[in-house]
Every structure is written in structure tokens, then in C-alpha cells.
Design a protein around this ligand. Structure first.
Ligand code: ZN
Length: 185
């Protein structure tokens, strides 16, 4: 089932999301719905707060990047209770990001290229590992959502100033996008 996406300004996006118990009701269905919702809106990642649930669940699909990154062919994974344990600040990279919850805005964000994460996968197996490259970037963007942080918070102040009016309009329901979104009320 394709679910409506919550847009910048809606309070669930600013909440600290909770870890879930691994027998969370209908978890498989929720993950499937999140994949469907993400695919319907051409995203590469989606966090549960973006569909109105303040829980630590994220889906990521990097298969569309396989021409540039062959290692991501068929990379479709769910992350349950993910947490970033450490950032390796020795190397950072600046790349343009966008977000299904911030339609029409794309801005450069500087992030560390390597992070230490822990999470549980869809088979309920625990992972504790270092991740790098594009996946590490997408993870940082998505896991930020679970702490109520959005990529526009990490944009340089001068650029932030330039998108301020667009963001304000968004909080009033003024934006355009091709996918289903959650109305303000
Ligand atoms: Zn996002």
C-alpha cells in the first residue's frame, strides 16, 4: 500500500523516534508499504516519520545507482532500530541532497564519508559495522530523520537563507510534487 508522505513543517518529522520491539505488529507489512511508497515517489530512502510513524525503521534502495556504483545492484534493505555510533571525521564529502518530505529543494550537504552503525535487518539479524561511500551518506540522511533532523538543517547558513521562504511556504501547505502527501489537517 502506498502511504501519503508527511511534508516539512509537520510535527512528526521533528520528533525523536523510538526503537521498536522486534515483534512489532505487522512489521513486515509496514516495511513492504514503505518500499512501495518510496518506489512510487522515486526515492532512494524513506524513514518511518516520513509516513507519520515516530519509530526507528528505514528502507533504502540503491539499485537505481547501479550504473555508477555496480556494488549497489539489487541493494534493497530495511534497517530496524538503527543508530549511528561514531562518525569518522577524517574525510568529508559535499554532495547535493533532496528529500521526499522537502519537495522541490536540492542543496549541498557536507557529511563524513564513513560511519559506524548498528541496526537489525529484516531477518532480525543484528549488525554492528563501519559503512562508507554513498550508502553512508544515505544512511546519515535517513537516520537523521529518526532524530528529528532534516537535511535542510545541515545546509550552509547562506543557502538556508535563500530557501527560507520556500520552506515557510511548505509549512503552509504550498508546494508541488507528483506523489501523494499528507494534508496539513
Ligand atoms: Zn529525507
Amino acid at each position: 500500500m502506498i502511504l501519503p508522505i508527511y511534508i516539512y513543517g509537520q510535527s512528526v518529522l521533528r520528533k525523536q523516534a523510538e526503537d521498536i520491539s522486534l515483534d512489532y505488529p505487522d512489521l513486515k507489512q509496514l516495511i513492504q508499504d514503505m518500499f512501495e511508497t518510496m518506489h512510487a515517489s522515486d526515492g532512494v530512502g524513506l524513514a518511518a516519520p516520513q509516513i507519520g510513524k515516530s519509530i526507528r525503521v528505514v528502507v533504502i534502495d540503491l539499485d537505481v545507482l547501479k550504473d555508477d556504483f555496480p556494488e549497489y545492484e539489487n541493494f534493497r534493505r530495511a534497517f530496524i532500530n538503527p543508530h549511528i555510533l561514531e562518525y569518522d571525521d577524517t574525510e568529508t564529502e559535499t554532495l547535493e541532497e533532496g528529500c521526499l518530505s522537502v519537495p522541490g529543494i536540492h542543496e549541498s550537504v557536507t557529511r563524513p564519508t564513513r560511519i559506524h552503525v548498528k541496526y537489525v535487518d529484516e531477518e532480525l539479524k543484528e549488525h554492528d559495522e563501519w559503512v562508507e561511500g554513498y550508502l553512508a551518506r544515505v544512511m546519515q540522511h535517513e537516520f537523521d530523520h529518526l532524530d528529528g533532523t532534516m537535511f535542510v538543517d545541515r545546509v550552509k547558513p547562506l543557502r538556508k537563507q535563500l530557501i527560507r521562504n520556500k520552506l515557510k511556504a511548505m509549512t503552509q501547505g504550498k508546494y508541488r510534487c507528483a506523489y501523494r502527501t499528507k494534508p496539513l489537517r
